[in-house]
Structure formats: structure tokens, C-alpha cells
Design a protein around this ligand. Structure first.
Ligand code: 13P
Ligand code: SF4
Length: 305
């Protein structure tokens, strides 16, 4: 029997109660998923929440590395990813074996990973960062060691500029943010000359240089609470505009381009959440030998944040 959107929402509420489950969603998820989530946030906020969650089950509406991170922090919980195909193209650009080979070429390098990486890659690293805390954490990197940064070269270049240090950069990138061009920014600025341009640090450095604000998705939402400005050009994945508009109906949000859509962040629908809770699938687990080392850089990040 096909259920209506409202019936699906009611079924999810019932199942959450029955299973003592919490639904966590990233800010890029579909609006209908953000609406049913008990907690919505950026990667840092979601990790912090996952570390202290008071539930037996975490239904993670995001992509695979996020569910893995939640599991590594709370291995006693059941972590469900409602669509097992939801991955991250950037996280898939780095693998642990190649990182070990790179590390072997340097004398005791300090290795930092963006949270958008697999558990096995994290297990090779000294510290993890998200877009919300990357500059603050990398400012604290040991001064006498070379830094390897994996996998996002765009975020890496931004960090280099902010901390005034060169790093050895992995050549990965987010295909969504990497497709932003100066032309896109110039065109939108010409159309909306009063608007503030807000850019995510996964964008190329030349785009970051054109921005008024460079912020994580959570940082963008905090910024909107603090500013009186009314019009914004949003240079990140378009899903966040749903939450922006919901929280600030009086403000205008213009997507930089309709092309900025991450297919993986659109894979989970209400039907998937119902099925996930009914069948308790897909459980995300990380082999304990990897988890023990993989959780260390995440915990170090949480301590330094
Ligand atoms: P934040 O929400 O942490 O800014 O991350 C953006 C992102 O690309 C997640 O995949
Ligand atoms: Fe990965 Fe980019 Fe999609 Fe985020 S937006 S999940 S970084 S591919």
C-alpha cells in the first residue's frame, strides 16, 4: 500500500519511539528529510551530536563517511544509513594504501584528513578536520613537521593561505564545488549586485577569493542569524537553501548555479527511512582494528574544536 507523505512521517515517528531511534540529517539532505530529522547540522555538529547521543539507534541521513564517523564515535549504538548507495565522491578519491605510500616518502609527517574520508584513511591520520574548524585546528599543527593533507586539495589550499604554511596536498576534490567557475560568480553578482556571496571552502581558491564570506554549512546558518543583510548568493550544494529559507523567510537566497546538486545527498527519501527502521538496515559498522585508530583523529579534533 502506498502511503502519503504525512502517513510516512507518522510511521517514522512511531518507529523512532518503538526503536528508541534518533534521526540525524546533514544540511544538504532533501527538505522532507530535514523536516523529520531530530537533529540537522554540518559535519562537525553531527559528529559532536553522535558522540553524545542518548538513543539506541542513529538513523543517519547523510553519506557513508558520516555514518561511519558516527559509528566510530558510538560503537555501542546501531547506526543505520537508509540508502547504502549514498557515498561521497571526494572521500572515494583517497585510499589508505596510497596514503601509507605517501607518508613513507617523508620523515615523520603530520597527517591531517578532512572528515570527508573513509575510516581506513582516518586510521592513517594524526588529526581530522571539518570545514568548520579546519583553520583553527591546522594552526595548532606541530611547527617542526611537514603536513600531509588529504583528500580535498581545494580546502587544503584555503588552509595553506590562512595558516601561512605549505602542505603536501592530496589531489582530491568535491566534484560539486569543483565545478564552480568565476563566470558563475560574475554572472550572479551582475544580476544581484546587492547580494552577499557566501562560499563553502570546498570551492577552488580563485572562487574563495571572490567571496564575501567563506563558511561551513553550519557557519553559513549562524552567519544568517547574525546579519541584517537580506539577499545572498549561495555557493555550495543547493540543499542548504531549504533550511535557510525555512529559518529566514524574509531573506532571499539565490543559488549560485542550479548545477550545484550532490546526487548522493538526495538519495534518501521518507520511504527509505521507514524501510531502514522497519528492517534495521543498512547497518554501518567499522572493523574494530580500523575503528581503534580511525577514531583517534576524530576525538583529537573534538578536543581541539
Ligand atoms: P559541512 O556541512 O561540514 O560544511 O560539509 C559540507 C560537505 O560537503 C559535506 O559533504
Ligand atoms: Fe561529497 Fe561533495 Fe557530495 Fe559533500 S557535496 S557528499 S563533499 S561529493
Amino acid at each position: 500500500m502506498l502511503l502519503s507523505r504525512d502517513e510516512l512521517k507518522a510511521r517514522i515517528a512511531e518507529l523512532c519511539k518503538e526503536k528508541n531511534a534518533i534521526i540525524m540529517a546533514h544540511n544538504y539532505e532533501l527538505g522532507e528529510i530535514q523536516d523529520i530529522a531530530h537533529f540537522c547540522g554540518d559535519s562537525l555538529e553531527l559528529s559532536m551530536k553522535a558522540a553524545n547521543v542518548d538513543a539506541d539507534v542513529i538513523v543517519f541521513c547523510g553519506v557513508h563517511f558520516m555514518a561511519e564517523t558516527a559509528y566510530m564515535l558510538s560503537p555501542d549504538k546501531t547506526v543505520l544509513l537508509p540508502n547504502e548507495k549514498a557515498g561521497c565522491a571526494m572521500a572515494d578519491m583517497a585510499d589508505a594504501g596510497a596514503l601509507r605510500e605517501l607518508k613513507a616518502q617523508y620523515d615523520n609527517p603530520f597527517v591531517a584528513c578532512y572528515v570527508n574520508s573513509t575510516a581506513a584513511v582516518k586510521a592513517e591520520c594524526d588529526v581530522c578536520v571539518t570545514s568548520a574548524n579546519a583553520v583553527k585546528i591546522m594552526q595548532q599543527a606541530p611547527k617542526d613537521r611537514e603536513i600531509i593533507f588529504v583528500p580535498d586539495m581545494n580546502l587544503g589550499r584555503y588552509i595553506e593561505e590562512q595558516i601561512g604554511r605549505k602542505m603536501i596536498l592530496w589531489e582530491g576534490f568535491c566534484p560539486i564545488h569543483h565545478r564552480i567557475t568565476p563566470d558563475m560568480v560574475e554572472k550572479r553578482r551582475a544580476e544581484f549586485p546587492e547580494a552577499e556571496v557566501i562560499v563553502h571552502p570546498e570551492a577552488p581558491l580563485e572562487i574563495i577569493h571572490m567571496a564575501d564570506e567563506v563558511l561551513s554549512t553550519g557557519g553559513m546558518l549562524r552567519h544568517l542569524n547574525a546579519t541584517d543583510k537580506k539577499q545572498f548568493i549561495i555557493a555550495t550544494e543547493g540543499g542548504i537553501i531549504y533550511r535557510m529559507q525555512k529559518e529566514h523567510p524574509e531573506k532571499q537566497f539565490i543559488p549560485l548555479s542550479e548545477q550545484l546538486v550532490c546526487p548522493d545527498m538526495k538519495m534518501i527519501r521518507l520511504e527509505d527511512v521507514v524501510k531502514s527502521l522497519e528492517t534495521m538496515t543498512t547497518k554501518i559498522v567499522v572493523d574494530e582494528s580500523i575503528r581503534i585508530n580511525g577514531v583517534k583523529p576524530i576525538k583529537r579534533m573534538l578536543d581541539l574544536s
